[in-house]
Ligand binder design. Structure first.
Ligand code: ZN
Length: 464
């Protein structure tokens, strides 16, 4: 039994001074500050700290193979970095290799969960609908894999056509699940890439013009039309522009169950990075947008139109990024970020822009738990929740340095950035795993989390 004493508890809907009693891996009680507890309870001093539910990263690629490249981390490495960054649940993707079935991909990725220092869940992925897909989706739903990723881009690799998207939406809806979708119009992207190759250039420095904002906006509009025709819930990953976010918000006002995820790098970094020394290190899809677009996107953290913040973590190193940096069409896309997601958002938006700590918890922990069917086991510190807890020092000032991070790569896109606030002590399942910034328990205790059926009422998700 432990008592976390003297801190300020931050939940998505309130915050205040409270002690937290935990036992057997779960939260037992939220207590008045200084309340009597069993004298045998170990005291964890949280004076001056914010006590938050551990982060839930809804978008995390672990050891992901795409084309000739595989991102560099194992479950052990990814979850170690996650925990250092205050995240205690990751949701990974089971994206089939060419010729592999969605179910095989899920079973293969699912086995890795036990190597994790924290729990994990999985998104399935459908590329081509065939007469076995409905049964595979039902089998995965039985195993608590209820969110199904699709892509409108990467033709010949993971792109799904409209037939596949329609059938997957219908089936997933009926299984209590939800489609999650990467929206960029492949035709517009291809056209922009061809034009760039013939004019400005197709190297990493020209990443922005190869995947313009309209490619995202057009695909979001098309997918919303299909989802609305089927009354099928839909979750848009990594929305990078205010225009895309607002299309989803409008659909929500018409009654569609639709969610916007934004990812940390689109909320912090802008396309000036492509004009810098190592543009290849910032190549991701959608690309980083203009400083004005970042500003507009960030405003939607305050309007409520953004539901979750993920990392879209993908752990390539500089050498992998450099192989084809002269031609972004062949580069590995994605940025390392599972460890930095929470600190960069906390610093930029809570400390510098007055986003409330509660809204921060909602965006980075509670809502991701809800959209993934993991709430109230994750995403809260109410009694019975798993005792996955991050103690934050909200005031400490520090400078991001790749040498002090734990991700399996040699760079961070935030190198040299000065931040305020960071998680200092992190508990997973009631065990202290990171204490004062040091790993004190590296025992893998990760479990594959089974998502509950998403809870709909009158066509609306009740809890988000
Ligand atoms: Zn992704």
């Amino acid at each position: 039994m432990k008592v976390i004493r003297g801190g300020t508890l931050v939940e998505s809907n309130w915050q205040g001074p409270a002690d937290l009693l935990i036992d057997d891996g779960r939260v037992v009680a939220v207590l008045a500050p200084g309340a009597d507890v069993d004298p045998a309870a170990e005291v964890v001093d949280a004076t001056g700290k914010l006590v938050m539910p551990g982060g839930v990263d809804p978008h995390c690629h672990v050891g992901f193979t795409s084309g000739e490249f595989t991102s560099l981390d194992s479950y052990r490495e990814c979850t170690t970095a996650a925990v250092f960054g205050g995240t205690t649940t990751i949701v990974d993707f089971a994206i089939p290799r060419p010729g592999q079935s969605p179910l095989d991909a899920a079973e293969q990725q699912r086995q890795k969960a036990t190597d994790g220092l924290c729990d994990s869940a999985l998104h399935a992925c459908v590329v081509d609908w065939d007469d076995t897909t409905a049964d595979q989706l039902a089998t995965m739903a039985q195993d608590g894999i209820r969110t199904v990723k699709m892509f409108t881009t990467y033709a010949g690799e993971t792109m799904a056509n409209e037939h596949t998207i329609l059938k997957t939406m219908q089936t997933t809806r009926d299984l209590g699940g939800m489609v999650i979708i990467h929206c960029e119009s492949d035709a517009i992207v291809t056209d922009s890439q061809t034009t760039a190759a013939a004019t400005a250039g197709i190297d990493a420095a020209h990443m922005s013009v190869t995947r313009p904002e309209i490619a995202e906006t057009a695909a979001v509009a098309a997918i919303l039309a299909i989802a609305e025709s089927q009354d099928a819930p839909v979750y848009f990953v990594h929305q990078s522009t205010a225009a895309a976010v607002e299309l989803v918000a409008d659909a929500r006002t018409r009654g569609l169950v639709a969610f916007t995820e934004s990812v940390a790098h689109h909320l912090i970094l802008d396309d000036s990075a492509y004009g810098g020394e190592n543009p290849e290190r910032f190549v991701c899809c959608p690309p980083l947008r203009s400083a004005d677009a970042v500003e507009e996107l960030g405003q939607h953290l305050f309007t409520g139109h953004i539901t979750t913040i993920g990392s879209d973590h993908c752990c390539y190193d500089t050498a992998q990024k450099e192989v084809h940096s002269h031609d972004v069409r062949h580069m590995p896309n994605g940025l390392p970020g599972v460890e930095t997601r929470l600190p960069v958002i906390f610093s930029r938006y809570v400390r510098d822009s007055n986003l409330t700590a509660s809204r921060f918890v909602e965006l980075t922990s509670t809502n991701p738990a809800k959209t993934n069917g993991l709430f109230p086991r994750k995403g809260t510190l109410m009694p019975c929740a798993d005792a996955d807890i991050a103690l934050w020092d909200p005031d400490v000032e520090w400078t991001v340095d790749v040498d002090a991070l734990h991700m399996a790569t040699d760079y961070t896109p935030y190198q040299g950035m000065t931040l305020r606030g960071k998680p200092v002590t992190v508990l997973v399942g009631g065990k202290i795993v990171v204490q004062d910034g040091e790993l004190v328990d590296g025992t893998p205790r990760g479990r594959h989390l089974q998502a509950a059926p998403l809870d709909f009422e009158g066509g609306r998700r009740t809890q988000v």
